[in-house]
Every structure is written in C-alpha cells, then in structure tokens.
Design a protein around this ligand. Structure first.
Ligand code: SAM
Length: 256
C-alpha cells in the first residue's frame, strides 16, 4: 500500500482488484463534463481511472495523510479535495446533477446512506460499494427478514439496482464480510407523495423499533384503531409485512 497503514477507524479497505475497479467505472460510465463526487478516495483505486474519464473530479476524504498524498499527486484544477467528514458534508455545496460514487467506509455506511438520502434532488445517480448485508437490507422486499427502515426510506426516494458482487480478496486488507456494488437513482419529485417526509420518517422509525411486534403495538400513540380501519390496514400485521406505499399512506393520513 505504498507506505500507508490502513486505519480501521476510517473503515479503510483499499480496492486492489483491477477487474472490479474496471467494472465499477464502466457501470458509472462517466462523461467528461459530469460532476462526479467520490466519497473516500483513499489511495486512489477508483479516483485515478475516474480522472482519466472526467475533466474535474471532486473527492470528500477525512484522513489527513491520504489528503496530503492526493494533493501531491494531483493538480487542484483536476482534483477538488473537500477535507472532512462525509457525514457532515453539504453535498449541495458542490452543485446539482451530481454523480456520487464510493467504496464507502463500512463502519458508517448506514448513517451515511440516510444523510445522502436528503440529496435526492441534487443527485443524478449514486454508485456505492457496501457490505453485502447492507445491500440486502437496501433492496429487501416486504415479507423478507431484511426489510426494515433502511429499505423503506431508500426505496421511497430511489430506484435501487444490485450491480456487482465483490469478494473480500478484492481488497487490501480484506474485510471480514462480502461486498456488493449498488446503484441508486433518485425518483422524480412527482413520485415522492409523502406530504411530510418527516412524518414518514417518524412512522417508519416507530414501526420498526420492535420489528417482531404487531403494528397495533409498535404504532401505539401514532395510529389508533380508527386510523387502521380508515386505511384498511390490519393492525395485526408486522412492520416487515407493510409495503412502502402503505407507510406513505399512514404518514399522509397523519398529516391530512
Ligand atoms: N476508495 C478507496 C478504495 O476503493 O480503495 C478507499 C475506500 S475505503 C473502504 C474508505 C475511504 O473512506 C478511506 O479513504 C477513508 O479514509 C475514507 N473515510 C472514512 N470515513 C470517512 C468519512 N467520515 N468521511 C469521508 N471519508 C471517510
């Protein structure tokens, strides 16, 4: 790794598999003028092939040693480095029609996905490498044990597509888990029918707080029997049985 010791606290598992790197860049298919933003460029495994395809690349990186290396290797007019925590970064400050990419640090992937879900209107698409188990939760359908808050909130805002499976040997150091690359495309505003996204978030959070219990119990204090009846939703269902549209219907009933 050319003198850099991987930092566990920053979730550093560097991609070394040329075939996978090529497949990710092909899936993104960047054009010269695209505004591509890479989260966690690290030692540049994806950064360098992306720089061959775009005029200017934005990166968000937290590790100061890696930032110093990137600054030495690339001119600022080609590589625009945003130093800091992607969890607190305002992606809208870069502009709109953004194409976000990254082999994300797995230790913060779920909160990062919730943070990025706020930028649907500034983003054209996102391509992320994540722990396979997280991708399973993202794409899970109702009735599946993996279906939960992450599935509902992401599927409400994005179309999701599972693209590539990636084994641990593709990284240095190898992570203890399998990985996968997923594509997220924001749905247009007209498709986002929740009157209050905050209410949708509240209902989904309450419903899945105890996923083994019936909705009657998990939504106690949120939706009463009359509400269940008005919406024709059986209060005996469990949170994992309810499709995304029904969560939106509950939230809209509560903000009517
Ligand atoms: N893109 C490189 C690759 O594929 O080899 C590195 C990927 S590594 C899994 C994750 C990268 O995200 C590291 O460069 C790490 O320093 C960076 N990182 C970790 N936490 C971060 C955060 N909160 N904000 C921004 N970057 C972060």
């Amino acid at each position: 790794m050319k003198g850099h010791v991987a930092r566990k606290r920053f979730g550093q598992n560097f991609l070394i598999d040329r075939g996978i790197i090529g497949a990710i860049v092909s899936a993104i298919d960047p054009k010269r003028n695209d505004t591509v933003v890479e989260i966690g460029p690290g030692l540049g495994a994806i950064t360098i092939p992306l720089l061959e395809r775009v005029d200017r690349l934005h990166v968000v990186e937290i590790d100061r040693d890696l930032i110093a290396r990137l600054k030495k290797q690339h001119a600022p007019e080609r590589l625009s480095i945003h130093e800091g925590d992607a969890l607190a970064f305002d992606f809208a400050s870069i502009g709109s029609d953004l194409r976000l990419v990254g082999n994300l640090p797995y230790n913060i992937s779920t909160p990062l996905l919730f943070h990025l879900a706020c930028y649907g209107q500034q983003v054209r698409d996102m391509h992320f490498m994540l722990q396979k188990e997280v991708v399973e939760r993202m794409v899970a359908e109702p009735g599946n044990a993996d279906y939960g808050r992450l599935s509902v909130m992401l599927q409400y805002s994005f179309w999701l597509e599972w693209l590539i499976d990636v084994p641990p040997e593709s990284f240095d150091p190898p992570p203890k888990v399998d990985s996968a690359v997923v594509r997220l495309i924001p749905k247009p505003l007209e498709a986002l029918t929740a009157r209050s996204p905050a209410m949708l978030e509240k209902v989904v959070q309450a419903a899945f707080a105890q996923r083994r219990k019936m909705l009657r119990n998990t939504l106690k204090g949120v939706l009463d029997e009359a509400g269940f009846a008005a919406l024709s939703i059986a209060p005996t269902l469990r949170p994992e049985d309810l499709p995304v549209e029904d969560y939106v219907r509950i939230a809209n009933y509560l903000t009517r």
